[in-house]
Design a protein around this ligand. Structure first.
Ligand code: ZN
Length: 336
């Protein structure tokens, strides 16, 4: 099995996330709390989505432990199952990865416990949550850690330190919700540089921004750090007026995030284009976040020159009964 570092040295590593959004759409996760109860309640549904991302070409199976920390499980009255859920999520990711040639990533994220006004006391609570989550993950077997949707440099550094203490390579990414800076006041480029200087294997951005508003930041991050850079945007059409998808609005002024985002969805072609452009500027780990689905990942894999298993069923529009002839479509969707 090639390690993360070997794969990064050879070329782009393709990731795939968005498990929580996709499983919510499929009826296995509750929007609002977004706690991954599916791990315990419907493990086969999770296994199936891992398998679909694997067939689409993802090099990494990410354990679904996003928001599976003590505070969040307490919110839904399941903190007694914290360890079971964390262990099962890693086990399912590992078993899925073994169906192909994928790495297994443990996953931690912003905890909502960190308080920049009180970094020592709140930081200790954050550290304890990361230590217990990653302790179980290491026990079950992971290759590296993705610490993601970080809002604070202070909290991100704690995540990195816990990974380092466990001897695990860490990919640390920020959610660029605000126009320029993290919530503790670092320019996103400077934030990534801090994490790179502290020894992260990969730094970058995930979630919040779509391709168009993430790329300019990525270019600046690439120029500022020597380590590998990661980019996992949301597949939504954010723009300079609304750089983060949390603020996208419907025509009537209502908020589209998080469960009415369909009108802003990127096509597979737009995500394939993103993968090419990110690779061109030297991004090393390319994936998708919330909203991403297997068809996006497959198109991105193919744009990067891969031949994923699911490529067997990639479009062959020349064989469509009407579109293939070049004649005008007469209203037969041929979708069966
Ligand atoms: Zn996301």
């Amino acid at each position: 099995m090639r390690t993360l570092q070997q794969r990064l040295a050879e070329g782009v590593v393709l990731g795939a996330e968005g498990y929580v959004f996709e499983l919510e759409r499929r009826g296995y996760v509750k929007a609002g709390p977004y706690v991954p109860e599916v791990v315990l309640d419907a493990p086969d549904a999770l296994r199936q989505l891992h398998r679909e991302f694997l067939r689409a070409g993802s090099d990494v199976m990410v354990a679904l432990t996003y928001y599976a920390h003590r505070d969040k499980l307490r919110d839904v009255g399941r903190d007694g199952q914290l360890e079971d859920l964390n262990r099962a999520a890693v086990r399912i990711a590992r078993e899925s990865a073994a169906e192909g040639d994928a790495l297994v990533a443990g996953n931690i994220c912003n905890t909502w416990s960190y308080d920049p006004e009180n970094p020592v006391r709140s930081g200790a609570a954050v550290r304890a949550q990361y230590e217990e989550q990653l302790g179980w993950a290491v026990d079950e077997g992971i290759d590296f850690v993705i610490a993601e949707t970080n809002d604070y440099v202070g909290e991100a550094l704690i995540g990195l330190e816990v990974c380092q203490a466990l001897g695990l390579p860490a990919m640390v990414t920020f959610a660029s919700v605000q126009p320029e800076q993290t919530y503790d006041g670092y320019d996103y480029v400077e934030a990534c540089k801090r994490l790179a200087d502290a020894g992260a294997a990969i730094v970058g951005l995930n979630c919040s921004r779509g391709p168009e508003t993430m790329l300019p930041l990525l270019e600046r991050i690439r120029g500022a750090v020597d380590c590998a850079v990661a980019a996992q945007p949301v597949p939504y059409r954010t723009d300079t007026h609304t750089p983060a998808f949390e603020s996208l609005e419907n025509p009537d002024g209502s908020r589209a995030f998080p469960i009415a985002l369909e009108p802003f969805a990127c096509t597979r072609f737009e995500m394939a284009d993103f993968a090419r452009r990110a690779a061109d500027i030297g991004v090393n780990y390319i994936g998708v976040c919330c909203g991403g689905a297997p068809h996006h990942v497959r198109a991105m894999a193919e744009a990067l020159g891969r031949t994923p298993v699911a490529g067997r069923y990639s479009p062959a529009m020349e064989l469509h009964p009407v579109l293939g002839t070049g004649e005008e479509v007469m209203g037969n969707c041929a979708a069966g």
